[in-house]
Ligand binder design. Structure first.
Ligand code: DAH
Length: 354
């Protein structure tokens, strides 16, 4: 066998061995190792090529050519395998990194929600705007004129005592109710007047059923010929909307300086409408079957006179007024036992009322 035949066979064998090795690689790093082993400076094939120069001149051509062809073939195999491997790696990465945009996000902060006083405030406003009332805001720092005198509440009335009312000065108070807006509204707007006035009020009280600061909604309807039955119809619609269902209300005689006649309005206990079967007595109404929800009445002529406008002369217009506590409405609606829960801001309480 001539030297060149032996060399050609060796080239052939090396090429086949390289092809087999390349075939079995599974990573780019492995492939690189194979490349160094097969074509690197110390590898056999390149060194065989160097040996070509020692062959007889006539054999150099074909031997060199064969070795170069083999080298070219191996390089092509290496490149192809490299492309295959990187494609496979890319595909694997894509599978591993797959992002499902339809999955819900990982919750990090709990959702916020309106405080039960705010949502009850808004619910009450909604009912009355639905009945055609407008919403007004009043001032929290109020004169004794609007808070008391104009409301037929004379200088000796016990509500004026410093033990009940926060005084800013002799004739300025933190309003003790939203009622001062009655006369203010009539001073500004002409009849017919249908307004509700929600807002904060202040009293010197603090226990399970009284807070020093709480919220009320005042209502006022003034127009010639308004009677107490208009009041009843309006507040029946309100009670049904707020407490739900076909419940009844009743008017109980009462006294307020600014209304005559005055009533307290009770709503039939929605917790034991069909009879109480849960034990002793219904915990919501304590067996009374009625729940007091607000004070109201026919506007006292003295209040209309305090407006001092011909348009509101008691011979020309009549009206009804009412005032309710937002805390109380929410308390009844959600069975809240202690007013102080509203201001402690314990999320375990607040979350139950979202
Ligand atoms: N202002 C009264 C209170 O705070 C509630 C009230 C009663 C308002 C009768 C009225 C009314 O407008 O007519 O207790």
């Amino acid at each position: 066998m001539s030297e060149s035949t032996a060399l050609l066979e060796r080239v052939q064998a090396l090429q086949e061995a390289a092809a087999a090795q390349i075939e079995t690689t599974t990573t780019a790093a492995e492939l690189e190792e194979v490349r160094v082993a097969v074509l690197g400076r110390k590898a056999e094939l390149p060194n065989l090529l160097r040996g070509v120069s020692e062959l007889p001149p006539a054999e150099r051509g074909p031997a060199g050519k064969a070795a170069n062809v083999a080298r070219g073939a191996i390089e092509r195999l290496l490149n192809d395998r490299k492309a295959e491997l990187s494609q496979a790696e890319e595909a694997k990465k894509l599978v591993a990194d797959r992002l499902d945009l339809t999955l819900p996000g990982a919750p990090q902060l709990p959702d916020g929600a309106l405080h039960v006083i705010t949502s009850t405030w808004r619910d009450i406003e909604d009912v009355f705007t639905g009945l055609g009332f407008s919403v007004l805001a009043g001032r929290e720092v109020e004169s004794t004129h609007y808070n008391f005198d104009a409301l037929n509440t004379g200088p000796t009335h016990p509500a004026r005592a410093e033990t009940d009312t926060f005084y800013v000065s002799d004739n300025v108070v933190l309003r003790t109710h939203t009622s001062p807006m009655q006369v203010r509204a009539m001073e500004i707007y002409d009849p017919p007047l249908y307004v509700v006035i929600p807002g904060r009020v202040y009293r010197r009280d603090y226990d399970a059923t009284h807070l020093p600061q709480f919220h009320q909604v005042e209502g006022l309807a003034v127009e010639p010929g308004i009677t107490l039955s208009d009041l009843k119809g309006t507040l029946l619609a309100f009670a049904k909307a707020i407490f739900g269902g076909e419940l009844d209300i009743r008017l109980r005689p009462h006294f307020f300086p600014f209304t005559e006649p005055s009533v307290e309005i009770d709503v039939a206990c929605f917790n034991c409408t069909d009879g109480w079967v849960g034990g002793d007595r219904c915990p919501v109404c304590r067996g009374e079957q009625w729940l007091e929800i607000l004070g109201a009445g026919q506007i006292d002529p003295n209040v209309l006179r305090a407006v001092g406008r011909e348009e509101y002369h008691p011979e020309r217009v009549q009206g009804f007024a009412f005032g309710m506590g937002i805390e109380r409405i929410a308390m009844l609606r959600s069975g809240i036992p202690d007013l102080r829960l509203y201001i402690e801001n314990d999320v375990r309480f607040l979350e139950q009322l979202r």
